[in-house]
Design a protein around this ligand. Structure first.
Ligand code: NAP
Ligand code: ZN
Length: 352
């Protein structure tokens, strides 16, 4: 397969810094589009991946799955895009397209295995996929999202993972008027969850381990903010229909199960690399569920982009340059970001 060289930012080992490198991307196929990447968000999953937290990383790895940019080439079978359109790519770049889950629009549960935008075997080009920490990407147009023109593009990049990852379960578990929704962790996912759950009409309570975020939580739209390290405050929590858990590290979920209403669900989206323990009585009493959710399908990702545009929702971001990526990962690891780093890939290209 014909390929071209693209400048990217990745690493060869868990303990090596991110640096610029050259990767190969396939030249355009008739069903592909090429995107000139302008901004890419940094998700905690990128950090888990470069550190090989889940034991599945294949190096060199080029992370990045919150990608926005402009279309620069369109394959001759593609009708949904034209050169110059804004476009975006999240986690999914391919799936079988014909299994039950793909037909349901849930490509993330494709029965024949879906292709993640980075660090995933590439069924079309061979080798592994490389993500959005790069100047250009080529992908099947069917997995590319449309971005409205009248939004803050950099601050909208995090919708592609953080946004859809919280929107999908909030919708599935029917967050809305009359529902009491808890959100654990105010990070990239958590802060988007506050905004989206409020826009859906739910009563929102956030749980944070960071005293400095209590005030921010209210500004982000939460109705109540609870310091989860304070046992007295935690003891009185009750009546939740749903609690969305975005925590990236091992933590105790039993206090939260106890705070659920009868038939309530604690929904895990965070991906700690160690197992969590559940006390039997904490789910048995009250017929409670402990469940999980993984990003969202392509149609639902378009839906959350449009929902955010309609409700004026963007992420609170720190826009960084490519030479600040390593520092950003160190700060993300220390839980020091308010609330999402986004890389200004466009600015680095201007310098070349
Ligand atoms: P993030 O910005 O680092 O936010 C995680 C938040 O969790 C932190 O801000 C912190 O909030 C809280 N936290 C961190 N360590 C904690 C600990 N030891 N105990 C209790 N709370 C702690 O990360 P993110 O980008 O939002 O991602 C969160 C998790 O979701 C990651 O594991 C990521 O891999 C995963 N993820 C999953 C999916 C999916 O589809 N399921 C998609 C994207 C990401 P406070 O300071 O408020 O306590
Ligand atoms: Zn992510």
């Amino acid at each position: 397969m014909e390929t071209t060289t693209v400048k990217a930012y990745g690493t060869e080992a868990a303990d090596a810094p991110i640096h610029d490198m050259e990767i190969r991307r396939r030249t355009l196929l008739s069903t592909d589009v090429e995107i000139d990447i302008l901004y890419c968000g940094i998700c905690h999953s990128d950090l888990h991946a470069i550190k090989n937290d889940w034991g599945a990383t294949s190096y060199p790895v080029v992370p990045g799955h919150e990608i926005v940019g402009r279309i620069t080439q369109v394959g001759n079978e593609v009708t949904r895009f034209k050169v110059g359109d804004l476009a975006a790519i999240g986690c999914i770049v391919d799936s079988c397209g014909h299994c039950h889950q793909c037909h349901q629009g849930e490509e993330q549960f494709c029965e024949n295995g879906w292709t993640v935008v980075f660090n995933s075997p590439d069924k079309i080009s061979g080798g592994m996929t490389y993500g959005g920490f790069s100047e250009k990407i080529v992908a099947k147009a069917d997995y590319v999202l449309k971005m409205p023109e009248n939004i803050d593009l950099a601050a909208s990049a995090p919708i592609l993972c953080a946004g859809i990852t919280v929107y999908s379960p909030l919708k599935h578990w029917k967050a809305g008027p009359g529902k009491k929704v808890g959100i654990i962790g105010i990070g990239g996912l958590g802060h988007m969850a506050i905004k989206i759950a409020k826009a859906m009409g739910a009563y929102v309570v956030v749980f944070t381990t960071s005293p400095s975020k209590i005030g921010d939580a209210k500004a982000l739209g939460a109705d109540e903010a609870v310091l989860s390290t304070d046992a007295e405050q935690m003891k009185v929590q009750s009546g939740f229909d749903m609690i969305l858990d975005t925590v990236s590290a091992r933590h105790d979920v039993n206090t939260y199960l106890n705070a659920l209403h009868v038939d309530g669900s604690l929904v895990l989206v965070g991906l700690p690399n160690e197992p969590l323990e559940i006390g039997a009585f904490n789910v048995v009493s009250g017929r409670k569920s402990f469940s999980g959710s993984n990003i969202g399908g392509i149609a639902e990702t378009q839906e959350v982009i449009d929902f955010c545009a309609q409700h004026n929702i963007t992420a609170d971001i720190e826009l960084i340059k490519v030479n600040e990526i390593n520092e950003a990962f160190e700060r993300l690891e220390r839980n020091d970001v308010k609330y999402r780093f986004v890389i200004d890939i466009a600015a680095s290209k201007d310098k070349n």
